[in-house]
Design a protein around this ligand. Structure first.
Ligand code: SAM
Length: 270
């Protein structure tokens, strides 16, 4: 297990609400501080559908990892991996392939320290504290470069992260990750979208998030998400609401729209 930073543990900011810890609250975890709980409860007050969003997002992540394992991909780079919770990527992947390797990356110290604890007994998964907006630093970090073999396919997971990083156009950043990966590699994206959410709910979310460490939320429509997959061929069913991406049970279009986020998986074509 490797933090990859080689630096003193970073200071935890308990006073500013943080999306990693709020997301943990939405998913029923316990790794959050008072300020996170206050912000998360306010978030749910202005947008009660967010618990469902988080569950659909997390379920999609599990299905995508399982499908990629079925395709023979056995290496994962999880960007903005979050605080460990039910269905972590290495747990899902190891059920399909006990030799799969997973490099987790997150910027938030609480997420990193919980992941360090979770991974203390495995050599097949690492956690690196890094900013995913700096792909070279991520790709060269010991926890990433020392674990993953980039001459073979790697699945890059950008799940519920592109909407909150302060990069309006992440295509350049994604291109750096893509170029580091061999043909046959995968890209997995989810991004928030206003499907059944009202304008008032959207405004409320912006207001709550403006007081957090990730103050801007960028929703994207299917066309904008397809553009993020330049150099990849989308797997069926393409860009769809998260709940509608290869669901375990049939889901109606109307139910899927309550995902309020899109999901897609692509395979690097050349
Ligand atoms: N990917 C996980 C999932 O979908 O279940 C967690 C998503 S959570 C909403 C977003 C995560 O991205 C948080 O853990 C947060 O700390 C992390 N994050 C935000 N900005 C980041 C950055 N610039 N670099 C790395 N991680 C970041």
């Amino acid at each position: 297990m490797e933090t990859g930073t080689g630096q003193q543990p970073p200071r935890v900011d308990e006073r500013t609400p943080n999306i990693a810890r709020m997301y943990d609250y939405f998913l029923g975890g316990s790794a959050h501080f008072h300020t996170d709980r206050v912000a998360a409860e306010e978030f749910l007050r202005v947008y009660p559908g967010n618990t469902l969003w988080a569950q659909h997002n997390r379920s999609f992540l599990g299905r995508a990892v399982r499908e990629l394992c079925e395709l023979g991909i056995d290496q994962f780079l999880d960007l903005g991996s979050g605080i460990p919770t039910v269905g972590n990527v290495h747990e899902i992947a190891h059920r399909k392939n006990p030799g799969a390797r997973v490099a987790y990356v997150d910027i938030e110290p609480v997420a990193v320290s919980h992941a360090e604890h979770m991974l203390r007994d495995t050599e097949l998964a690492t956690i690196t504290r890094a900013d995913i907006r700096l792909p070279e630093q991520v790709l060269n970090a010991p926890g990433v470069a020392g674990l993953l073999d980039f001459t073979r396919p790697v699945a890059v997971l950008a799940v519920a992260i592109l909407d909150i990083i302060s990069v309006r156009d992440p295509r350049g950043m994604l291109a750096t990750y893509r170029e580091a990966c061999a043909p046959g590699s995968a890209l997995v994206i989810t991004n928030g979208a206003q499907l059944t959410m009202t304008d008032a709910e959207r405004a409320g979310i912006d207001q709550v998030m403006s007081g957090t460490t990730t103050p801007h939320v960028t929703f994207r429509d299917p066309e904008e998400i397809r553009e993020l997959f330049a150099g990849y061929t989308l797997l069926e069913p393409g860009v769809v609401p998260s709940a509608a991406w290869r669901p375990a049970e049939p889901v109606t279009d109307e139910a899927a729209r309550h995902s309020n986020g899109y999901a897609a998986v692509g395979i690097r074509s050349n």
